[in-house]
Design a protein around this ligand. Structure first.
Ligand code: F0G
Length: 497
C-alpha cells in the first residue's frame, strides 16, 4: 500500500461508527474535532480542522501559516458555579471578594487536582494516564481527542529550578552561580531537557502524533536540526507508524542522530541546511500524503503551549515578569506566547509575562526583523555552534512576531562565545544543557546588563534540551589520553598536581 495521509484507501474504513462526511474517520473523532478550526495568521481565513475529501491542511490557500482556534468549555459540573470575568478587571483579590469563583479558579482547581494524583495507575485507565502527562493534564486547552487515540509517554512534569541569588536555598550554592551570572535575584530555569526524548519537542509531538492517529495516518515526517526528529522517531515508534526524518547532513549533534536511528525512523540526510530540508519535507508530505509534523503543523504548537501552562501551575498560577527562551524556527516562542495569552483570557493569571526570544548572532533573522520594528521579514544563511537553532528562515515568523508585540517582548542576539560561556555556567552548576539552550542564560545576562530586565524581577528561563544530546560542543574533552596507573601514588599526583 502506498503511503497515504489517512492510511486508508478510498472507500475503506466506513464502519458502523463512521461519519458520512468523513467516511474514513470514526464518529467520535469527527465529533471531537467539530469545534476546532484553523485560522490563517496572515489573512484570517477560517477552515475546519478536518475537511472532507481533502488531505490535512498545513497552510492557508494564501500560503500563510495556520493557528488552531477553539472555544474552551469548562467540564459540565463547573459551568453553573462559576462566572466569566473580564480579564482586564481580574485580580486574585477581586475574585476572593466577589464570593463566586471565576472560571479561572475552576480551571486552576481542575488542573491542580489532576497534578496531585499519585503517579500510580492501572495502565488500562487512559484518563489517569492523561492526568500524569504535563501536556494532557491541560487537555481542554490543548486538543479535543477521544482518550483511546492519545499517544503519550507521558511527557512534561519537568523541573523548575530556583537558581536566583535570592530564591536559591542555602543547600544549593552551586545553582546560585547561575543567578549570580545572570544578575537576577528571583530566577528559575525550566528544564525541558527532562522530557522523555530529552527535549521540549515531546510536548508538541505527543499532540502531533495523536492528531496523526486520529486521522489514521500510517506515516509521519519532519525536517529537523535533531531534536524534533528524535522526538518524532520515538512517538511514531510508540504509535506503530513509520517515522521519516530529514536532517541537514553533518549538522546534527551525535546524540540526536543516534536517537532517530535507534528508534527506527527512516533517516534521510540531505545536502543542504535545515531551511532546505524544511522546504523539501513540506513538498514531500504534500505529494506523498505523509502527515507533516514540523511546527508548521499548528497542532504541534498546541502541545508546546503546555510548557507555559506547566510553568504557571508550578508557580501556583502567579505569572512571572519575564519568560526567556532560545529561538530558531520560532515554534516555541509562538506556543508559549499563545499559552500565556489564553491563560490570561481565562483568568488563570492576572497579567501577561513579557517574552524575550534569544537568537544566535549567526542565525538571527528574527532579531534583524525586530530591530527594524518588524518592517521586513529577514532571512539568511545561518551559522552557529548551537546547531539546534541554526535556522535562517523561520517558519513561525508571523506567529512569533505577534507574540513579541502582544507581550511587549523583545528579541536579543548572543554570540557563540557567549552561548558557550553560559553553557559552562549551567553545566558546572550540575544542571547541564545542550548549547542552544544556553542562549537563554547568555541572553538574560545581556538583558539585565542593558537594564531591560530588572534585577528584582521574577524571571523564568527555558532550557530546551538535555546535556547528553551533544557531548562534543562546549564540553572539555581533556580526559582523552589522561589515564593514570591504578595506584594511590598516581592518584595523589593528579589531585595535588
Ligand atoms: N532549543 C533546542 C534545543 C531546539 O532543538 C530548538 C529547535 C530550539 C531551541 C528552537 O526552538 O524552533 O521552536 O524556535 N529545534 C528544531 C528541531 C528546529 O528540528 O529540533 P524553535
Amino acid at each position: 500500500m502506498a503511503i497515504n495521509s489517512t492510511g486508508l484507501q478510498p472507500g475503506q474504513g466506513a464502519d458502523e461508527g463512521a461519519n458520512r462526511s468523513h467516511p474514513s474517520l470514526s464518529a467520535d473523532v469527527v465529533d471531537a474535532l467539530s469545534s476546532t478550526f484553523l485560522r490563517c495568521v496572515e489573512c484570517s481565513t477560517l477552515y475546519p480542522a478536518i475537511e472532507s475529501g481533502r488531505a490535512p491542511r498545513y497552510r492557508c490557500d494564501c500560503g500563510g501559516v495556520l493557528d488552531v482556534e477553539t472555544e474552551f468549555r469548562l467540564p459540565q459540573q463547573y459551568r453553573q458555579t462559576t462566572k466569566k470575568i473580564d480579564p482586564l478587571q481580574y485580580s486574585f483579590e477581586a475574585e476572593a471578594d466577589s464570593g463566586m469563583p471565576s472560571a479561572g479558579a475552576a480551571w486552576r482547581q481542575i488542573f491542580d487536582e489532576r497534578a496531585s494524583n499519585p503517579p500510580i495507575w492501572p495502565i488500562s485507565m487512559d484518563r489517569l494516564l492523561l492526568d500524569q502527562s504535563g501536556v494532557w493534564r491541560y487537555r481542554e486547552l490543548i486538543l479535543s481527542a477521544p482518550e483511546r487515540f492519545v499517544v503519550s509517554r507521558p511527557e512534561g512534569n519537568t523541573g523548575l529550578y530556583p537558581v536566583g541569588i535570592e530564591n536559591c536555598g542555602a543547600g544549593r550554592i552551586g545553582h546560585r552561580q547561575i543567578g549570580i551570572y545572570a544578575g537576577l535575584e528571583r530566577f528559575f530555569l525550566k528544564h525541558e531537557g527532562e522530557n522523555p526524548s530529552g527535549s521540549f519537542k515531546d510536548r508538541g509531538m505527543t499532540v502531533g502524533v495523536t492528531m496523526a492517529n486520529l486521522l489514521g495516518a500510517s506515516a509521519v515526517a519532519c525536517a529537523s536540526t535533531g531534536n524534533t526528529s528524535a522526538s518524532l522517531a520515538s512517538y511514531a515508534a510508540q504509535a506503530g507508524m513509520k517515522g521519516i526524518v530529514f536532517l541537514p547532513a553533518g549538522n546534527v549533534a551525535g546524540g540526536k542522530l543516534a536517537q532517530s536511528l535507534a528508534y527506527g525512523a527512516e533517516t534521510i540526510q540531505i545536502e543542504g541546511d535545515f531551511d532546505d530540508a524544511m522546504h523539501l519535507v513540506e513538498q514531500v508530505c504534500n505529494e506523498l500524503g505523509i502527515y507533516l509534523l514540523n511546527s508548521l503543523n499548528p497542532f504541534r504548537i498546541e502541545g508546546q503551549k503546555a510548557i507555559g501552562f506547566e510553568i504557571l501551575q508550578q508557580l501556583d498560577w502567579h505569572a512571572p515578569d519575564w519568560l526567556i527562551l532560545p529561538a530558531g524556527n520560532l515554534g516555541n516562542t509562538s506556543a508559549i506566547g499563545k499559552a500565556f495569552r489564553q491563560a490570561y483570557n481565562l483568568s488563570l493569571i492576572s497579567h501577561m509575562p513579557r517574552i524575550a526570544s534569544i537568537q544566535a548572532a549567526g542565525a538571527n533573522p528574527f532579531y534583524r526583523s525586530f530591530m527594524q520594528g518588524f518592517a521586513t521579514r529577514e532571512s539568511m544563511h545561518a551559522e552557529t555552534v548551537a546547531t539546534a537553532i541554526k535556522i535562517g528562515n523561520p517558519v513561525s515568523y508571523t506567529r512569533a512576531r505577534r507574540v513579541i508585540e502582544e507581550s511587549d517582548g523583545i528579541v536579543e542576539e548572543v554570540t557563540d562565545e557567549e552561548i558557550l560561556a553560559a553553557k559552562m555556567v549551567i553545566d558546572r552548576a550540575g544542571i547541564g544543557c545542550e548549547p542552544a539552550s544556553a542562549a537563554t542564560l547568555a541572553g538574560v545576562r545581556k538583558l539585565v546588563a542593558r537594564g531591560i530586565v530588572k534585577r528584582d524581577e521574577q524571571v523564568v528561563g527555558i532550557l530546551t534540551g538535555n546535556l547528553l544530546k551533544d557531548s562534543k560542543t562546549g564540553i572539555p574533552q581533556t580526559l582523552n589520553g589522561a589515564v593514570v596507573k591504578a595506584t594511590i601514588e598516581a592518584v595523589k599526583g593528579v589531585l595535588n598536581g
